[in-house]
Design a protein around this ligand. Sequence first.
Ligand SMILES: NC(=O)C1=CN([C@@H]2O[C@H](COP(=O)(O)OP(=O)(O)OC[C@H]3O[C@@H](n4cnc5c(N)ncnc54)[C@H](OP(=O)(O)O)[C@@H]3O)[C@@H](O)[C@H]2O)[C@@H](O)CC1
Ligand SMILES: Nc1ncnc2c1ncn2[C@@H]1O[C@H](COP(=O)(O)OP(=O)(O)O)[C@@H](O)[C@H]1O
Ligand SMILES: [K+]
Length: 520
Amino acid sequence: MLTAFSGGDIRSAEAPLLDAGQGDALMQRAAHGLFGVALGLLREAGRGTYGATAVVLAGSGNNGADALYAGERLLRRGVGATAILTGDRVHAAALEAFTQAGGTSVRLADAPDIAALAAHAASADVLLDGILGTGASGGLRGPSADFVRAFDAAAGPRAARSTLVVACDLPSGIGVDTGRVDGPVLAADATVTFGAAKPGLLIGDGAVAAGELNVVDIGLDLSGFPPAARTLEGSDAAALLRLPGTHDQKYSRGVLGVAAGSARYPGAAALAVGAALATGVGMVRYLGPEAVAALVHQRNPEVVASTGPIAEAQSQAWLVGPGAVDDDDQRLRAVDAMASGLPVVVDAGALAAVPARVGPQVVLTPHAGELRELLAARGVDTERSEIEADPAHFARQAADITGATVLLKGYTSVVAAPSGALFVQADATPWLSTAGSGDTLSGIIGALAATLAEDDGAAGRVGVAPADLWAAIAAAGALIHGRAGRRAARSGPVVVSDLPGPIRAVVADLVEERRLAASP
Ligand SMILES: NC(=O)C1=CN([C@@H]2O[C@H](COP(=O)(O)OP(=O)(O)OC[C@H]3O[C@@H](n4cnc5c(N)ncnc54)[C@H](OP(=O)(O)O)[C@@H]3O)[C@@H](O)[C@H]2O)[C@@H](O)CC1
Ligand SMILES: Nc1ncnc2c1ncn2[C@@H]1O[C@H](COP(=O)(O)OP(=O)(O)O)[C@@H](O)[C@H]1O
Ligand SMILES: [K+]
């Protein structure tokens, strides 16, 4: 599990070490970590150090100092380095060390031509971004903002540019705790963050700008601080798989009831059911129109179908809503499922049926447009673009108002528990943004919920509080869905109806990972 702490908590954890006179030692550890990653990237790109060039962007704070000390180390390895001092102040000792090692520097405020300076930076092999770190307030402003715009214009988009950009602690321009990007941002190939990840590096636009994330231990003790966000890794999702045992039968493994699909959108039911079966479940019971059941059966004859109400179909968990629009029976099933006290995954058409207050075992899976409607129905008016800019804030607000666990879909999937716990997954690929993709995500989460509904040890296995189990399950679902999408995309555009194969393969890999971890 990757754990992120707020910028404020990281600074609080630094305080006792600074009081003990260890500020310089911390900074040297940070600089060494940054240097190591920059060196590794240069080597990976086949550029080595002798004859290579680096530009260090150094702001007025300690972030700039870290970058200058990393630049000093590059200079000592034979890299030619220039520093661009972006603030009106600079850490004197760090600049002195950089200069002593042979580096030259220029003040951005004195530069006659920002475009020419940006073009120089865009011709370097590596750029260290030390403009802003945890001391950032708001988006980039002033000459730093102008410089980043000019650099982007000169270097081109990240995927096409030749300069390797390594962010010091975080890409300058992102919200440390939100990932919000309100102006120009220096998108990094890699980010080297110190002490622990910050939430902004995991969420939304901040996660996109961070590139590959490296966490460098600088000796901070964060044990007394609450995690601000967590990301499940494969081993965590593997711990949440309930593997069948010798005494299991189909009912004990868990039955998922699915009330999805309608005359208008029959396919959503087939997609959700296919994904649930591929994730692994004792049985799927399908409730809905006979014509939809027939379509489900074409692909999955093992499904047990009926046209009755929720009360007549015993299940361990429910999935309601995919493709269920303009269908009173499906709406009633959604309402009954949410009132049952059982875990329920609520997607698409059923989101409008969520009552005023539910419990964390009700997992809502809206995209930003659906979340906007859910909030508007509760008196919170906002724009879809605002939700996309600050997904954690709005997912949390929805979890707080409804009492449900809320998974907000997008490039990163953000899961907010009503306890305030936050999980963020960035396992997906934009190839998954295709119709029906969300139906398969809800099927995966439904299957996990059905198999774990009566498993008292599940929260402990993944190291979360019992109340946050449903959020962890939703995050694990996003991980499996995202990895399956990536796997599918290896051989071309993702076709959602083909996703069960990759889902099974991802689950098989996770089972193997768990077996290897358990064997001595
Ligand atoms: N503490 C430690 O021991 C350790 C800390 N570490 C490192 O220190 C970093 C935190 O350093 P920090 O606190 O000095 O803040 P930092 O982010 O460098 O700069 C803040 C300055 O930037 C400016 N500014 C603010 N907002 C702006 C904006 N939107 N647009 C433009 N400018 C803006 C503002 O300056 P002003 O504008 O007021 O002149 C402000 O003073 C941390 O990320 C890590 O890298 C590691 O070395 C480990 C040990
Ligand atoms: N740009 C993106 N990058 C990665 N994953 C994405 C992106 N856009 C959407 N997704 C994922 O694809 C799925 C889309 O779900 P949804 O919008 O509900 O589609 P549908 O309603 O057609 O089923 C979600 O799991 C979401 O996280
Ligand atoms: K930075």
